[in-house]
Design a protein around this ligand. Structure first.
Ligand SMILES: [Zn+2]
Length: 390
């Protein structure tokens, strides 16, 4: 059993300015918070950062287990969710990709059951992300989603799923060109669900109409799209230029090149960018062939025999480092993409170091020596409980 008391010191991420804090924790709860002036020059190369909550709003599974599996078990959900703190993540949206109505129902019910049976899992699962089923059925745009289950949304189906999930569905990714999208977006956003645009072959007008109806995010912008596009207009430019849309990006070194990351990050700015792992169900698995998918020697996860990626194998720490490389932004700026930005998008602000609250934070070290950087998770605390970092 880990110590539940102690003193924690570091720079606070997600508040928009570098500020050092000293936090005292007793019996799992915050009992004092002291803010210190900025560190003296010269101390910037090696810093301890305190991230009040680290979000991953798109993660499909791990170790060969998919949240979309029609045989998903409660134990598997608990296992994957409880593995997140060792990656530095404290809040996740388990993500179900396009599947049959029965599979969706089974998935959200199983996740709800896992939350109901384990308070720690319940505090880490901030919601469920449904990526599909109303996405483009055109190859390329569809990505690794199974064609046979792509279909339009029926609001009654959504209601059934939302009920089965215990109102946990917080994010839905859809393609606005599907019939009935605008009405669906209006209906679910009025219930507090965030709608994201993704895996889409929509026109400029269809994207604009989706935004007017309430869509607020682009899912893994630059991916889930055909290999070849008209130079302009195309869905990437249109969404990059739309200021009402935040964008999530996958920065694993395979999904997007550094120049694309730089351009999209600058188009959105540090306040509207969200880094996601998009962990594939094969994340954490050795190189090999797994049914229709494979982990290749470069660590890339692909639909076998195609150029299409099937999620990533990277952790958010690597993603943040790659985002820093591509944009030239400092850690303070990129950390917002996993702390304050996703929290704001979902209407769930960061826990804010209130006296008496459970101690929850991810503590990371960021070292930059002679141009080489390492970002490491040191400790993760949830509900005053420390998780081992492996
Ligand atoms: Zn996707």
């Amino acid at each position: 059993m880990a110590e539940h008391s102690g003193e924690f010191r570091g720079y606070l991420a997600g508040v928009g300015e570098s500020v050092q804090v000293i936090i005292h924790v007793e019996d799992r709860r915050i009992c004092s918070v002291r803010y210190e002036p900025q560190a003296k020059a010269g101390e910037g190369d090696s810093r301890i950062w305190i991230l009040p909550a680290v979000w991953d709003i798109q993660t499909n599974g791990r170790w060969g287990i998919s949240f979309s599996d029609s045989n998903l078990t409660v134990q598997q959900v608990i296992q994957i969710v409880r593995a997140q703190p060792s990656l530095g993540t404290t809040r996740i949206l388990p993500t179900l990709i396009t599947a049959s109505r029965e599979s969706f129902l089974h998935g959200v019910r199983t996740i709800a059951e896992a939350c109901d049976s384990d308070p720690m899992v319940n505090s880490m699962v901030a919601g469920i992300h449904l990526e599909g089923p109303a996405i483009s059925d055109v190859d390329g745009y569809r990505g690794a989603h199974p064609a046979e289950h792509v279909r339009d949304w029926k609001f009654s189906d959504f209601r059934e799923l939302q009920e089965a999930s215990g109102n946990r569905i917080k994010l839905v990714t859809l393609a606005p060109e599907r019939p009935g999208s605008e009405e669906f977006i209006r209906s679910v956003t009025s219930e507090g669900v965030v709608v994201s645009i993704g895996h889409t072959n929509a026109s400029d007008l269809q994207i604009q109409n989706a935004v007017v109806a309430g869509a607020r995010l682009s899912t893994h912008l630059g991916n889930g799209i055909a290999m070849q596009l008209p130079r302009h207009p195309n869905q990437i430019w249109i969404q990059a230029a739309e200021d009402r849309l935040c964008a999530s990006l996958i920065c694993d070194g395979h999904h997007l090149s550094n120049d694309v990351i730089k351009v999209l990050a600058r188009a959105k700015g540090p306040e509207r960018l969200i880094l996601v792992s998009d962990h594939s169900p094969l994340a954490g698995m050795p190189v090999g062939l797994y049914g229709e998918w494979a982990v290749d020697p470069a660590g890339k996860i692909v639909v076998s025999g195609t150029p299409y990626l099937a999620g990533s194998n990277q952790n958010l720490t690597d993603g943040l480092s790659k985002l820093m490389d591509a944009t030239g932004w400092d850690f303070e700026a990129v950390s917002a993409t996993v702390t304050s930005n996703p929290g704001r998008l979902l209407g769930m602000p960061l826990p804010f170091l209130n006296i008496g609250d459970f101690w929850e934070a991810s503590i990371w070290s960021v070292n930059e020596v002679h141009g080489s950087r390492s970002i490491k998770v040191l400790e993760t605390w949830i509900q005053g409980e420390m998780f081992e970092v492996g």
